[in-house]
Ligand binder design. Structure first.
Ligand SMILES: [Zn+2]
Length: 604
């Protein structure tokens, strides 16, 4: 069992780090060897054993292994397992899922009909962080053999996507994760189109995401689990599990989310882990004293997305500096805790979800909070860190940090977990109108998200609210292939004629939070924010300056216009800006484009 070091370490690294690293490598070897011997001996069916398990948890298999395992599980357990394809990747690979149930509920329609709880869990959305694939196959085999949670699978259906980013998984190399210990080789973070799927939930540019949204919509899982590995600092904690909603969100599910999070922490501690319920990113990079914050992620992320649909989203992040065997075990124990909870409470929690859906439908015309951020209030948190040294670097000139994993140290640091609303918008009383010119592609997006809408059968003349931006600012660089945009402005009453074929999106639907996240122009992951409406904020027709000069002379004959112009001239910024001075008159002229800076979607 030869272990490839995850990253070549330079001479700058202190000796202690090397010692810690060696200890961990030794730990890999012993733990891996034990697990390999024990599990291989017990496995009933060799075809269900992963390359990872056979290697003593130092390697992971390739894409064809995943497809073969999926089929082999179905072959070994035809009544309990269905292996199926749910889409194709841009490089033509099949996206595979496995439905596993002890009560024969192996199709989405059956689960819907029987109101059967479903847990959908996925690995390899970032394919280099592949712990979940090998943990999932191992745990499901143990469950099917009756060795772990023997009756649980009769109470819910597990839907397992072993590799979400299949093309990324096959960009396979030893150094794809420079801040991670094992497996020996692993996949790449993004898709073949270089998109990060865990930013793509709302905009859904990637074909893989469109397939996933359809899978989620069909199965409507009570819990959607997304399995990752962290980046960032080095410390003792081995796993972080973020459950949404569990701090702020609609009731009654937020209370259930809190219960899920608390039970996870308790179960993981009992199985020997050191879990965290927040993402351990230092507020200031490489500065442990800066502490941590609890973040509620927007719906571009898996767990933020699924909680915006009034279900539970769980983000699992094993700690990248623990070895592969340790991380796979942490992932397995996290899944086992969730499965045990769903087996016990799934039916009751499905009722809470339905109550939340019904309550959401009544939020029409009410203030709805779409984003939260931590206030300046914090409390001291005893974080299980390592000793570290900070000194000025001759290489970067920055203050560098070197952790010493051989010396445990409690960091008494601030944890900012007092969350306050940072974006609250009053929901429309009726809903949103998408004019005909945009109805086709907006309609396609809404369908992908399972959002209900109607198509107007006749032309409609109506008083609506329109959003006219006073400012529209593009970000300087592209993000995920799009130039993001922020707009300022407000909804104000206007008249509209909506052609036949325009869309009406009623607000009184369970997915009200997601509807508002997508259609409110100021929401962080709205279609506007992701740059789908750039054209609406571009100026398209101009009155020449020399024409404006003549028009202005005529206009100024009106004393009211003269008075208004004089008033504007008191602003020195305006007075010294020729373009703004001309625009003052252009805006008052009948030729002014009344659709410039107008968001085409209106609301009522
Ligand atoms: Zn990740």
């Amino acid at each position: 069992l030869e272990i490839a070091p995850s990253v070549p370490r330079g001479a700058e690294v202190v000796q202690a780090v090397e010692v810690g690293y060696f200890l961990r490598m030794k730990q890999i070897f012993i733990l891996g060897l034990c697990m390999a011997l024990v599990s291989n001996a017990k496995a009933k069916n060799e075809s269900l054993v992963t390359v990872a398990e056979k290697s003593g948890w130092v390697k992971t298999g390739r894409y064809p292994e995943m497809v073969a395992l999926c089929k082999a599980f179905q072959k070994a357990y035809p009544k309990q397992v269905r292996c199926f394809e749910f889409g194709k990747s841009p490089e033509g690979r099949s996206l595979m899922a496995m439905a596993v149930s002890g009560s024969g509920v192996l199709k989405a329609e059956q689960a819907a009909k029987k109101n059967h709880p479903v847990v959908l869990f996925q690995a390899g959305i970032h394919s280099g962080e592949i712990d979940g694939k090998d943990a999932g196959f191992y745990l499901l085999r143990q469950m099917l053999e009756g060795k772990v949670l023997p009756k649980a699978l009769t109470k819910f259906t597990a839907v397992f996507v072993p590799i979400f980013s299949v093309d990324g998984h096959e960009r396979f190399a030893a150094y794809n994760r420079p801040n991670q210990v094992g497996p020996e080789e692993m996949g790449w973070r993004t898709t073949a189109q270089n998109l990060n799927l865990n930013r793509d939930y709302v905009k859904s540019d990637a074909p893989e995401m469109a397939a996933m949204l359809k899978l989620l919509d069909a199965w409507d899982p009570l819990i959607y689990v997304d399995l990752h590995v962290t980046d960032g600092a080095d410390f003792e904690h081995d796993v972080s599990v973020m459950t949404e909603p569990s701090m702020k969100g609609p009731e009654p599910i937020t209370s259930v989310g809190k219960e899920i999070s608390t039970t996870l922490m308790k179960d993981l501690t009992a199985t020997g882990h050191l879990p965290l319920s927040f993402y351990p990113t230092l507020l200031k990079e490489d500065e442990p004293t800066s502490g941590f914050a609890y973040d509620i992620m927007p719906p571009r992320f898996s767990h933020g997305y699924w909680s915006a649909r009034n279900r539970f989203g769980v983000l699992v992040e094993t700690h990248s500096w623990k070895n592969y065997a340790t991380r796979v075990k942490a992932t397995e124990d996290t899944l086992a805790s969730l499965f045990a909870m769903v087996a016990k409470n799934g039916a009751a929690w499905k009722k809470k979800v339905r109550e939340t859906d019904l309550a959401a439908k009544k939020l029409a015309g009410e203030p709805v909070t779409l984003s939260w951020e931590p206030s300046k209030v914090s409390h001291e948190f005893e974080f299980l860190g390592y000793d570290y040294k900070q000194e000025n670097s001759k290489i970067s000139t920055l203050k560098k940090i070197a952790y010493d994993p051989s010396k445990k140290k409690i960091w008494k640091v601030p944890l900012f977990d007092d969350l306050q609303p940072s974006l609250t918008i009053t929901a429309p009383k009726e809903g949103y109108y998408v004019p005909l010119a945009y109805s086709e592609w907006v309609g396609e997006k809404l369908k992908l998200h399972g959002i209900d809408f109607e198509i107007l059968k006749t032309e409609k003349k109506i008083s609506v609210e329109a959003f006219r931006a006073t400012e529209a600012t593009l970000e300087k660089a592209s993000v995920e292939g799009r130039v993001r945009q922020t707009v300022k402005g407000e909804w104000k009453a206007e008249e509209r004629t909506l052609p036949k074929g325009s869309l009406f999106v009623p607000i009184a639907q369970p997915k009200i939070f997601l509807v508002m996240h997508i259609l409110e122009p100021t929401a962080p992951d709205s279609l506007v924010s992701w740059g789908f409406f750039h054209a609406s904020f571009e100026r398209k027709e101009y009155m020449e300056a020399y024409v404006t000069e003549q028009v202005a002379v005529e206009m100024l004959k009106d004393p009211k216009v003269q008075a208004a112009f004089d008033e504007r001239l008191k602003d020195p910024e305006f007075a010294k800006n020729p373009a703004k001075r001309l625009e003052f008159f252009q805006r008052r002229h009948a030729s002014w484009d009344d659709r410039y800076m107008l968001y085409p979607i209106s609301r009522l």
